[in-house]
Design a binder for this molecule. Sequence first.
Ligand code: URA
Length: 188
Amino acid sequence: MDLEELYGQIRACRRCGLCQGRNHAVPGEGLELAPKVMCIGEGPGQQEDLSGRPFVGPAGQLLDRMLASIGLNRQNTYIANVVKCRPPANRTPEAAEVQACLPFLRQQVRLIRPRILFCLGATAARAIIDPNFRVTKQRGLWVERKGFYLMGSYHPSALLRDESGQYKRQAWEDLKSLRAKLEELERG
Ligand code: URA
C-alpha cells in the first residue's frame, strides 16, 4: 500500500461514528519521505474538518510558531492526528474511536518513516508512548522504541489556555530538547 491509497481509505472510512459528522477526514500532510519529525495531535477541530488539513486553526498557528522556533516547518516535518475525523464539539476522542483509527496512524508511520514522533498532548502520548501517560509528569522524556524516538509534550491548545505561562516555559524546554535530539541525529 502507498500513501495515496492510505489517504483514500481514510477519506472513505466508516470504522467509527465520527465519520457521520465529518465534512472532511484529515489524513495529515507535510514531508512524506523520511522527515526527521512527525508531530501527532489529537484530532481535527472545526477548521481542520472544513479544510481537510491538519492544524490550520488557532492551535495550528501556535504549532507553526513552535516549529519555527527550532528551525522546522510544514515542508520539513509531517503533521498528523490520532483520529482523522473531528469529534463533536471537539471532545476528546473515545477509546474505541482511537482504537478504530490507530491502524491508519501506524501505517502512516511505516510508510513515512520519521525518526521522531513528537506527541502533542495526552491523547497522542497515550496512544503512542504509554496508555497511562501524564503530560505534567512525563513530558520531555525521551523513549526509544523500535528505532523511533518518542516524546510527549503539551498540546498547543493547552498552551493557548495557559494563563500562568508555566506550561509554555516547559513546552519551550521540550522544544529545545527536540532540537538537541535533531542535532544528535544529524551528527549520526
Ligand atoms: N488539534 C489537533 O489535535 N489536531 C488538529 O489538527 C487541530 C487541532
